[in-house]
Design a protein around this ligand. Structure first.
Ligand code: IMP
Ligand code: MG
Length: 179
């Protein structure tokens, strides 16, 4: 069984206080942009969980929360079926103001596909909020209307982001140093 001492060191990239402050700013900006209209957050499981929980509490007024889960097949060359839905949302988004809530935009493949699929369901508006962005890794251009932080093209964990399902519970974003 794993022990705490076996957990490798994580070098802090974005500390907890900085994340919390930025999430509050994003929440206030989103509410200001939409006025008193109701919002539907569609979180992308599993990485979105800490972010959507904090963000939803930073947006005042009517906010509904739902979730989707997808598996991405990076590196595959066929252009069909590359992003597969494992779980769809339950709330009917037709005529609603929808915000896709993501942990990170890397190649952009997942988000490009999600934007395309959700837009066919006729929301009133569709925007994306992502905690992190790795612009250097982008292969598929995709708009991200609300962004927490830009980071270098390096693998990060924490605040929802995992490496083999570990580290999602770390309250900051960091890099596994391996020692
Ligand atoms: P994309 O389709 O390449 O943009 O990948 C998006 C998904 O890959 C994210 O939602 C994450 O689940 C995962 N991912 C990308 N970069 C990282 C990382 O640095 N750490 C952990 N997960 C990542
Ligand atoms: Mg994700």
């Amino acid at each position: 069984m794993d022990t705490l001492s076996a957990v490798p060191k994580i070098e802090v990239l974005i500390d907890e206080e900085t994340i919390q402050e930025r999430v509050k700013q994003l929440g206030a900006k989103i509410r200001a942009d939409y006025g008193d209209e109701s919002l539907v957050f569609i979180g992308v499981l599993k990485g979105c969980v800490p972010f959507i929980a904090d963000l939803a509490r930073a947006v005042s007024g009517h906010v509904e929360m739902d979730y989707i889960q997808v598996s991405s097949w990076h590196g595959q060359r066929n252009s069909t079926g590359i992003v597969q839905f494992k779980k769809d949302h339950d709330i009917d988004i037709q005529g609603r103001n929808v915000l896709i809530v993501e942990d990170i935009v890397d190649t952009g493949l997942t988000l490009a596909h999600l934007r395309q699929v959700l837009s066919t369901r006729n929301p009133k508006s569709l925007r994306v909020v992502s905690l992190l962005n790795k612009p250097e890794a982008r292969l598929h251009e995709v708009p991200v209307e609300y962004l927490g932080f830009e980071i270098p093209n390096t693998f990060v964990v924490g605040y929802g982001l995992d490496d083999g399902e570990m580290y999602r519970n770390i309250p900051f974003v960091g890099v596994v140093t391996g020692d």
